[in-house]
Design a protein around this ligand. Structure first.
Ligand code: NAP
Length: 188
């Protein structure tokens, strides 16, 4: 299967995550040490630095990593929005706007701030809400050969209906074949 074509700054609303094979984007307690420090796709970070105009996240992710300068290892800078029911107890941070509003309004605010570039939704919870409202354009996922078994799922909707997707690289409906084997355990 082909890798994806380079991303363009097209005013899209995106999910962009590294994900475990079993569908988690963070381990328990927001554990992230299962992710490699760098991606193996040449130019990927540069692509996102150029095409990302704003970031929208949720309060749990912010509280776990309250540093707007950490996006793309500190290489990206731009407007960051954090959606929360209780903005009043958030510590103010440069470049960060705490929003308490409907998720559709939040994404519209982020879109306006993105100046025609893409809005990256760094939150499974918010992405799920946007997906349900037809407001998520694309998902860019990097699947890593690790099983987490617990943590924050990319898509957590117990009792929900299947959400059909089509692949943007290769045959839109082909299955993806992976072959892997266990190689011990992560420490900690
Ligand atoms: N693997 C990767 O590439 C990658 C990349 C980025 C992030 N992550 C991980 O993703 C995790 C964060 O995701 P998450 O989904 O668990 O948490 P989250 O989206 O960061 O936070 C969820 C919280 O956001 C607030 N919120 C969500 N929707 C809202 C709405 N409509 N209105 C008002 N407030 C709303 C609520 O907080 P309150 O009710 O408390 O206000 C909710 O409990 C972190 O562990 C982070 O490390 C992984």
């Amino acid at each position: 299967m082909r890798d994806t074509t380079p991303r363009t700054a097209a005013g899209k609303v995106l999910w962009h995550f590294s994900m475990s094979l079993d569908g988690f984007v963070a381990g328990p307690g927001h554990r992230m040490d299962w992710m490699p420090a760098a991606t193996n796709r040449p130019g990927l970070v540069e692509e996102y630095l150029q095409t990302t105009g704003a970031v929208l996240g949720g309060r749990d992710g912010w509280d776990a990593f309250p540093d707007a300068r950490a996006v793309y290892g500190g290489a990206w800078s731009g407007p960051v929005f954090v959606l929360t029911h209780h903005p009043e107890d958030a510590e103010p941070a440069d470049g960060v706007t705490f929003l308490s509003c409907d998720v559709a309004d939040a994404v519209q605010i982020a879109r306006s701030a993105a100046g025609g570039k893409n809005v990256e939704v760094l939150s499974p919870t918010i992405g799920r809400q946007l997906l349900a409202r037809g407001l998520l354009d694309e998902m860019d996922l990097h699947v890593l050969p690790v099983l987490l078994g617990d943590g924050v799922r990319l898509y957590d909707a117990p009792g929900g209906s299947p959400v059909p997707l089509e692949l943007d690289n290769g045959d839109p409906v082909e299955e993806i074949n992976l072959r892997c084997r266990p190689v011990g355990q992560l420490s900690g």
